[in-house]
Design a protein around this ligand. Sequence first.
Ligand SMILES: O=C[C@H](O)COP(=O)(O)O
Length: 361
Amino acid sequence: MIQFLASVTGPQEALIASRSGADIIDLKNPADGALGAVAPDVLAETIAALAGEKPVSAVAGNCPMEPAAVLAAVEARRAADFVKIGLFPAAPAATRAVIEALAEIAGATRLVAVLFADAQPDLALVETLAKAGFAGAMLDTLDKTSGGLLKHQSPASLARFVRSARDNGLMTGLAGSLEAPDVPRLAGLSPDYLGFRGALAASGRAGALDGDNVAMIADLIRRANQAASHEASIKPVVTAAKAFADTETEGDLIFVRDFVQELEIGAYGHEYGRRQKVRFTVEARIDPIPDDARTMADIYSYDVIIDAIRALAEDGHTVLVEKLATALATTLKRDKRVQKVRIRVEKLELGPGAVGVEIVR
Ligand SMILES: O=C[C@H](O)COP(=O)(O)O
């Protein structure tokens, strides 16, 4: 179940966020960069106002990567359920010294490290964080004018981050100028939470929190959670292509046509170590789109299909186009709204025309 972390400036916004559907109330000063902190007394007032309604996290602030400075900032915010600590760009030894120093208090305070997707994050630090006793790790963006998380990290790289953090027993979060269309795309990666500020403010990231925006994101996350199915609910394989035509009047169709992606594919020796163009055409029979669909919350996004195709290209060499097609089908059918898929995969560089396969699942 993915949770919704909303960044707020103090007690008033905290109550709006909580009552509009946020799951984790995160205190920060958005006017002071990515991880601007609020004063400890604002943290205390917010905890009092929420009276246990929701867990509270607090950022330690824009601290230099010096153990004493970071420890002091974290100590001052120990009243929070979680303290978020930015691993700002610094020499690797400085970052490791900070993590080691925090290990001393990790038993008493739940620490979440924030790595920055737009500042060459060292994702291998996940293991070090786990050994130091951190409770979680998240990715955010440092420069809030540099675009959203998915501009800086591909879905496949984010998936690797989430998997490695989880394998190391860490709670995982994704954030960074996220907007409504990012929710279904990131939900497929199953982080523990998605974090927002800019999309919740009425005008600009530092503007006041808007309860309607909070409710809209909460609704999107709730629906993404509903759509995520488990292995047990994956529908049985349909072997006859006819089955797709049989359901042509049931549900609606979403498609991605002639999407060309370069990837490593083929069984011949000369096909190894280089990428070649492969064309994907995907039709997905989905539950009927509501007539009053107005927002991302109401639909199944074709971005999800495109991300899944791009992720295949990051999986290393694949011998068979059949494997690409079946892997894509399995990924897409994890969403409960997808009833059936027709997937055509064509290699474009073997001759004057195309060769490939089409499957229905
Ligand atoms: O922790 C989450 C952040 O507050 C996200 O802020 P943002 O959505 O403005 O990048």
